[in-house]
Every structure is written in C-alpha cells, then in structure tokens.
Design a binder for this molecule. Structure first.
Ligand SMILES: [Zn+2]
Ligand SMILES: [Zn+2]
Length: 267
C-alpha cells in the first residue's frame, strides 16, 4: 500500500454538500493519520473509505487549532473507532495559550454532547504535540506555529506533505515545506482583491488570518514542492471564483490543484 494523503473536507467555516470543513487523512502501512476534525471527518464513514477503518493500524489525529470548523467532528469519533485507541495530538498549551485537555473536555460534555470525554466508548488519549520533529506512528512529524486569528500549527510528515491551514501568509512556510512532494495550503481569497481600491479592504481583512491563492502559490514555488493543493476554500464563493483562484495560482506555480472532497495524492 502506497501512502496516500486524502482531503475529506476541502472547505472552511461552513460545510456545503460539495465541500465539508477541514479534515484530511494520510494512510500508511503502520498508521492512519488524521489532520483536523472538521465535518469532513464524516466522509470516513463512506463505503470507499471502509478499508481505512480496518483495525490493526495506529490512529493519530493532529489538530491545527480549535476553531469549530476544525474540531466539530471530534464527536463523530465513536462512530468510526468504537472500542479502539485514538491518539489525539493538539498543539501544546504554550503554542495556543489554552490547555488542550481542558479545551477538549470542555467541548465534549453535556449539554453539547450526550457523553463526556471520559465516557466516550473509545480509548481517546490526548498527547499534546510541541514544535519540532517527532517520530509518531512510524513517521517523522514536524510541527510549526503559524499566525492566525488564534494560534494554529502546520504539520509536515516525512518528505511527503505539509498541511498548512488557517494561517496568514508566512515566509516560514516555505522553509518548513522545502523538499516535500506536496504542499496542502489554505487559500481564502484569490489575491486580485488587493489590486483594486474597491476590494482592497477585503484583502486587508483576510490577510490578518488567512492567505490568498497567489500567496500560497508563491510559497509553493519558493519551497520547491512538486505540487500545491489549495484547501479551506471559502463557502461563500462559488465554483467560478475558486476556478479563478486556481488560474491565478497556476500563473505563479503551475503545479497547483484544487481537489474535491475524497480526492488525494499518493506518494
Ligand atoms: Zn478554519
Ligand atoms: Zn481558524
């Protein structure tokens, strides 16, 4: 089995029928890695992903940050991993300013969920992850703090993939992604907005916490990756806008793609 990175949720903020919110999986012979638990996690229940749920591999879930479009799916975990062990890796408290155990136990409890965290019918082990490179589930997993509305982190696995979502444009991303095959990067706007007085404010407001497709493409080119996939797409924008983003990014970095939920890249 070749390792494969699959986006289960390609949208940000609000799920749509076409694009659930952020979630991705990376299946290796030893482990199933899950990045973020947006509503896209629900797609793991689709028939085509049934093999990913076979027992026998370690399950490691990594969180970029705690915004709900990235963690709403935590309460779906018993549907997929009942009676199994799931290692949940949120960023350590000195990155986010929040205690991971408190945040997660604060969400998975009454009246938000019928069971508390401790009563979930699975063995959920919270193992916070700090910046640097760690061996997790048979892979080298690196963590890097990013700039967002609340702090977030990017993940790198081996020389396969960097997953960088919910981040302002950041020169450190290119260094972090140097030598990887695939950069999966958020793109909230096209970037053309900054050139017109009528839309300049849209760009200025977006850039506080998010990245444009053009900025992501420039980082991909700088990092020398083989492929860039744009994710965390804005649900208030239609397909024509997203295709325009793709065209803008391809002028800067030809190897840019937008995937549908459920599509992925093999290594
Ligand atoms: Zn988000
Ligand atoms: Zn966010």
């Amino acid at each position: 089995m070749k390792p494969k990175f699959t986006l289960l949720g390609t949208g940000g903020w609000i799920p749509t029928a076409r694009r659930e919110t952020t979630c991705a999986i990376l299946g290796t012979p030893q482990s199933l890695f899950i990045f973020d638990a947006g509503t896209g996690l629900s797609r793991l229940l689709e028939e085509r992903f049934r093999p990913e749920l076979e027992p026998g591999r370690e399950v490691h879930m990594f969180l970029s940050h705690y915004h709900l479009d990235h963690i709403a799916g935590l309460v779906y975990l018993p549907a997929m991993f009942k009676d199994r062990t799931v290692y949940l890796h949120p960023p350590v408290s000195h990155i986010t300013g929040d205690d991971p155990g408190e945040v997660i136990a604060g969400l998975i409890r009454k009246p938000y969920n019928p069971q508390s965290l401790a009563d979930l019918p699975l063995d959920l082990r919270i193992v916070p992850i700090c910046e640097g490179t760690h061996t997790v589930g048979g892979a080298a997993v690196s963590v890097r703090k990013q700039i967002h509305a609340d702090p977030s982190v990017a993940y790198r696995v081996n020389d396969w993939v960097v997953f960088a979502t919910d981040t302002a444009d950041d020169e450190g991303t290119a260094t972090f992604a140097r030598g990887v095959r695939l950069l999966v990067h958020e793109a909230w706007i096209d970037g053309v907005e900054e050139e017109e007085p009528a839309t300049e404010r849209i760009a200025r407001e977006a850039y506080v916490a998010h990245t444009s497709a053009r900025q992501a493409a420039a980082r991909a080119a700088e990092a020398g990756v083989e492929e860039l996939v744009l994710c965390h797409l804005n649900p208030l924008r239609g397909d024509a806008y997203h295709q325009g983003m793709l065209a803008s990014a391809r002028k800067i970095f030809a190897g840019t793609r937008i995937l549908e939920d459920g599509e992925g890249v093999e290594f």
